[in-house]
Ligand binder design. Structure first.
Ligand code: SF4
Ligand code: SF4
Length: 151
């Protein structure tokens, strides 16, 4: 999380529909009508996450591009401010989703809209704002206990 703006390494939330936060569906998973991070950040990861004959990884190789000796990035995101090739739907609209959700790389599994204490993630907020999406509210203790970040 220390890279320059458009090359921050992130992803799609691992929130499952129905997990965590409150009773409102949007609060449970704002990612399902967002997708902003998948159209903004460079999503790069260790090349061992790419699916291969030895079964070492899961990310479809046709969807990645090499960006370093041992690093790959999702196509479309390698420069930053680009849309991931696996993103389906329109950013900011209901139904937007990851087309390879079960095979998405680690940064996509680790990036969350909220921190463990319920504070909205600053990078999530920033990229949502870039696409004209409203900020997320902080979660209450009831929302985060049990933890909202079920992987
Ligand atoms: S920017 Fe935040 S709310 Fe939007 S999809 Fe990414 S993690 Fe979810
Ligand atoms: S692989 Fe999926 S979760 Fe990751 S950036 Fe692309 S669309 Fe988003």
């Amino acid at each position: 999380m220390t890279q320059p703006d458009s090359t921050l390494e992130i992803s799609w939330s691992s929130h499952e529909p129905g997990s965590g936060a409150g009773n409102d569906a949007w609060m449970q998973n704002p990612c399902l009508s967002c997708g902003a991070c998948c159209a903004h950040f460079r999503v790069s990861f260790y090349c061992g996450e790419i699916a291969s004959a030895d079964g070492g990884g899961m990310v479809p190789p046709e969807l990645v591009v090499q960006v370093g000796p041992l690093r790959a990035a999702m196509k479309g995101t390698e420069i930053g401010n680009g849309r991931c090739v696996a993103l389906r739907g329109e950013v900011g609209s209901p139904g937007v989703h990851c087309g390879i959700y079960e095979q998405r790389p680690s940064p996509c599994r680790e990036f969350e809209p909220w921190l463990a204490d319920g504070t909205p993630d600053a990078d999530c907020q920033r990229v949502r704002a870039r696409f004209g999406l409203p900020p997320l509210p902080a979660l209450t203790q009831d929302d985060v206990d049990p933890p909202a970040h079920a992987a």
